[in-house]
Design a protein around this ligand. Structure first.
Ligand SMILES: C[S@@+](CC[C@H](N)C(=O)[O-])C[C@H]1O[C@@H](n2cnc3c(N)ncnc32)[C@H](O)[C@@H]1O
Length: 430
């Protein structure tokens, strides 16, 4: 229940980018307020709604997006870039403070580059009160809500992704006209590729032949490279190819891809530098080969992933001149982590999904592999897995935070673990 308007002073930015004020009643979280600002906020429990800024921060800048405060993305866009970079690096510092107190955290690497080449867009019928009610809209979700904010453009997209919003709106409207009011909310994964836009529908369920035909002919008119429905191809005008390092790789529908080209390059160059001179490398959670391909210029690489389609695309791409062909293996590394096999490698790359890979980390901690490079999109699970590796006798000297998701609280990180032969393994955690 909304209580009263209060004068607050913001102390710091929180994990989600909201201003935090310390009050006699406890912490109050105020989205869009910045550190050192004095504000008036409407208080509702521990949440504050920014009503007025009395003393703006000297670090406050103009929001660049007209959907700021409505769209759920880009919560931190009114903070000057140097302070923004400090806040984002601080998210990693805070999480690793206890797990890895002696690890140096490098400055944040800006990896926005040309912008996002991949995004998930949502399609929903407009609600009552929105004009005109009952029509299809496409965009991102509103901040702290299940409602949609309809968008016609997004300033964070790479220029090559700018056609994704009009194209998905046309597809969504056609689907709504064909299915009628029984249509459920659904999403699109959109990716810009060398051969055009690749769109994968998610959550629409199986569609009839007639609907598939209508969508396919629209996809052709829109000039899409491919349209698929949860991985099932409806139309492929040209194989969508993505550039990974210096190699073209055929992108399977919906396969994982680093969100920006600059992010991929920033991560890959650090993995390659850390593993210079290593001859036999296992790439765990390899996907399309963001790390396997550049490593295969100088090493034998064995790539593991749960998904066969990206592994097949990676294996094919690795037959390019100048690369050692990458050996691929489909394997569920959560259920069956690499264990005794680890002895056959002189380095491991480890890039699990957000949940991390605790069992694989335990197997690595018990191994004799001299170096493990860990890449992560989740500082919390990275910290847990890093503790396991450190308890197993690995040193983690430095972690580098990498910013592909500018203005959001998401951050990637990369850490290089080296086994110290003279160090006795401490008892494994857990
Ligand atoms: C964060 S992505 C990294 C992909 C790749 N390293 C890259 O940078 O492009 C995580 C990968 O883990 C794979 N994955 C998810 N669950 C898995 C599991 N249980 N076993 C093996 N691989 C899994 C996904 O298919 C995805 O390719």
């Amino acid at each position: 229940m909304i209580d009263l308007c209060a004068h607050l002073t913001i102390d710091r930015l929180g994990q989600r980018g909201e201003g935090i004020a310390q009050t006699a009643e406890g912490l109050v979280f105020v989205p869009y307020a910045l550190p050192h600002e004095t504000i008036i906020a409407e208080i509702d429990g521990e949440r504050g709604h920014l009503a007025e800024i009395l003393t703006p921060s000297t670090e406050r800048i103009e929001a660049f997006c007209p959907a700021f405060t409505q769209c759920g993305g880009c919560a931190v866009q009114t903070l000057a870039m140097a302070s923004y970079a400090q806040w984002k690096r601080g998210l990693v510092v805070e999480v690793l403070r206890h797990a890895c107190p002696d690890t140096k955290i490098a400055p944040l690497v800006d990896a926005h580059g040309d912008g996002r080449r991949r995004a998930t867009l949502h399609a929903r019928l407009s609600l009552e009160g929105q004009a005109p009610a009952g029509t299809m809209q496409v965009g991102f979700m509103r901040a702290r809500s299940h409602a949609l904010i309809a968008l016609t453009s997004c300033p964070l997209f790479a220029p090559t992704l700018s056609s994704a919003l009009p194209a998905t709106l046309a597809l969504a409207q056609t689907l709504a006209a064909l299915l009628g009011p029984k249509i459920k909310p659904f999403d699109f994964i959109v990716t810009t590729t060398l051969t055009g836009l690749d769109i994968d529908l998610r959550g629409a369920g199986p569609l009839s032949k007639a609907v598939n035909e209508k969508l396919s002919s629209l996809a052709l008119k829109l000039g899409l490279a491919r349209l698929s429905n949860h991985g099932v191809v409806l139309l492929e005008r040209e194989t969508p190819l993505v550039r990974i390092g210096r190699w073209n790789v055929a992108l399977p529908p919906g396969a994982f891809l680093q969100a920006t080209e600059a992010g991929e390059a920033a991560l890959a160059s650090r993995v390659v530098a850390a593993l210079a001179g290593r001859r036999k490398i296992a790439d765990l959670f390899a996907g399309l080969g963001t790390f396997s391909l550049p490593l295969a210029e100088s090493a034998q690489v064995h790539a593991f992933d749960l998904e066969q389609a990206p592994l097949t695309a990676l294996a094919k791409a690795s037959h390019a001149p100048g690369l050692h062909p990458v050996e691929v293996e489909r394997r569920d590394l959560f259920r069956r982590p690499l264990a005794t096999e680890l002895a056959g490698y002189d380095a491991i790359v480890f890039d699990p999904p957000r949940a991390g890979a605790e069992q694989q980390a335990r197997a690595l901690a018990a191994s004799v592999v001299p170096v493990v490079v860990a890449v992560s999109c989740n500082p919390q699970t990275f910290a847990r897995d890093a503790s396991i590796l450190r308890a197993g006798g690995y040193d983690l000297r430095e972690v580098t935070p990498i910013d592909q998701f500018r203005h959001s609280p998401h951050v990637e990180l990369i850490g290089v673990f080296e086994r110290q032969p003279q160090k006795k393994k401490r008892r494994l955690l857990g």
